[in-house]
Ligand binder design. Structure first.
Ligand SMILES: Nc1nc2c(ncn2[C@@H]2O[C@H](COP(=O)(O)OP(=O)(O)OP(=O)(O)O)[C@@H](O)[C@H]2O)c(=O)[nH]1
Length: 443
């Protein structure tokens, strides 16, 4: 997800760190590179321009040039401005003052609207809600069946009618049924538009005015780039959209639309779809996304994934370990066990601070569960002492471990280096976060 941009920005900012004192020219050069990276990622031109302008202005205002911590201040400014561009704070779900909460789903055909409706229902169930779905897409008979199948998958009832009732009528009846059954959220799936078709748009407005939703979500396909931003403008002109859900962020996407939509339309991104399965939906946090894009990883995101995978288990130990950066091979084994539960390992690795942007893309692709089995074999061939204190693993021990695990000494060396590297990255991140917090408090 946004891998190319992350790699580029992390590289540019890492160069900045190496330079020591910075002149205004250094910063201008860096900003030029950032601008190119944003445009290459398909960020809207006006959005990129105003972003760069704001960063430059702040850098001048904070008199960073020639100061010893100029690099860190600039990175903080870039991070803060990216967060601002993405919407500053996570927008909370508006459940309204009394149930049922009504959520209207709209979008172009094929954007992933129906799948996302089911994903959202599953997410709401995890929040302790009792949702119900309304199938108002009568344009495409298969859409009703699709929603029913998905509803069954996530164990949520679906209200549907095939007697020629109009979508507005179905929506109205669904709301009544929802109240009667005391379900607390109604999610209304509407017909997908092929393009901004007037008749269908009028119908959408009518449904909107009938059910008066607390949340009106527009589902956008992130692979369509800036086109998605134009679609958002058109929908938002017609009905007040309260949030955008970008789908297919797991695919090969440059991500520019995700970065520009809030600033271009005022509508925040609320969720992202990261796969075809019904649980592949992630709430959107502007600050975490910004941190991730500049290569600082997403520790909170990892912890959240872990919490979901390990419902009820105490995760404070893991959080503290991440923060202190003091893990050994035992914790690495633990983490592999956890990562397996958290989804494809390469996705989790990408969220580790400093690591995601460093591992070449091909290498990440090659990291599959088989690769992890090999690493585990190496660790299993270590003694308990070696696992908890890798400093004692000298060359004869390395040979023994390689022979015992059926791997090579190079592989063992590589793994030991990786452990030290991860420790270093974690510590660095911990320090940077502390400094950022201190600076933030001073203001
Ligand atoms: N990879 C990936 N595929 C997705 C995601 N969300 C949806 N899809 C796929 O996109 C395709 C279209 O999804 P639908 O939910 O049928 O699209 P729709 O917008 O409801 O289409 P209409 O009902 O025609 O309006 C399906 O094959 C989905 O599996 C996602 O986040 N990632």
């Amino acid at each position: 997800m946004l891998d190319t941009l992350t790699r580029r920005l992390a590289g540019i900012l890492a160069n900045l760190r190496k330079q020591g004192k910075l002149t205004e020219d250094d910063v201008n050069e860096m900003l030029r590179e950032v601008r190119v990276a944003l445009l290459e990622a398909d960020v809207n031109f006006a959005v990129a321009k105003s972003f760069i302008g704001r960063v430059r202005e702040k850098a001048v205002g904070e008199e960073v040039f020639a100061s010893l911590t100029a690099d860190q201040t600039i990175i903080k400014i870039v991070r803060d401005e990216l967060t601002e561009m993405l919407g500053t704070e996570q927008t909370r779900f508006d459940f309204g003052s009394q149930p049922p909460t009504v959520v209207l789903m709209c979008g172009l055909q094929g954007s992933g609207k129906t799948t996302t409706t089911a994903k959202l229902a599953k997410w709401l169930v995890a929040q302790g809600k009792k949702p119900m779905l309304a199938a108002c897409d009568v344009q495409r008979p298969a859409a009703i069946k699709q929603l029913q199948v998905l509803g069954e998958q996530v164990d949520v009832p679906v209200f549907a009618k095939t007697d020629g009732s109009s979508p507005v009528q179905i929506a109205r009846e669904a709301l009544e049924r929802c109240k009667y059954l005391m379900r607390d959220v109604l999610i209304v799936d509407t017909a997908g538009r092929l393009s901004i078709d007037e008749a269908l748009m009028a119908e959408l407005k009518q449904i909107h005015d009938t059910v008066r939703p607390n949340e009106a979500f527009l589902v956008l396909d992130s692979t369509t780039g800036q086109e998605a931003v134009s679609v958002a403008k058109a929908f938002h002109d017609l009905i007040p959209i309260t949030g955008v859900i970008f789908t297919k962020l797991d695919g090969d996407t440059r991500g520019g639309a995700v970065l520009s939509v809030r600033e271009a339309t005022g509508v925040p991104v609320r969720f992202t779809g990261v796969g075809e399965q019904v649980d592949a939906l992630e709430p959107f946090y502007p600050d975490r996304m910004a941190q991730r894009i500049i290569g600082m990883g997403d520790v909170l995101g990892i912890i959240e994934k872990a919490e979901l995978a390990f419902e009820g288990e105490d995760m404070t130990g893991l959080e503290a370990q991440f923060k202190r950066g003091d893990f050994d091979f035992n914790t690495m084994l633990d983490q592999f066990r956890m990562m397996r539960k958290m989804g494809p390992i390469k996705n989790v690795l990408k969220m580790i601070p400093g690591l995601g942007a460093q591992i070449p893309e091909e290498a990440l692709e090659a990291i599959d569960d088989k690769g992890v089995n090999r690493i585990e074999a190496v660790i299993f061939s270590m003694t308990a002492k070696e696992r908890s204190n890798p400093d004692i693993i000298n060359s004869s021990r390395r040979k023994r471990i390689a022979a015992g695990s059926g791997t090579s000494v190079e592989e063992v060396n590589h793994l030991i280096r990786q452990l030290y590297e991860m420790r270093r990255n974690m510590k660095q991140l911990g320090k940077m976060q502390k400094q950022f917090m201190k600076k933030g408090r001073k203001r």
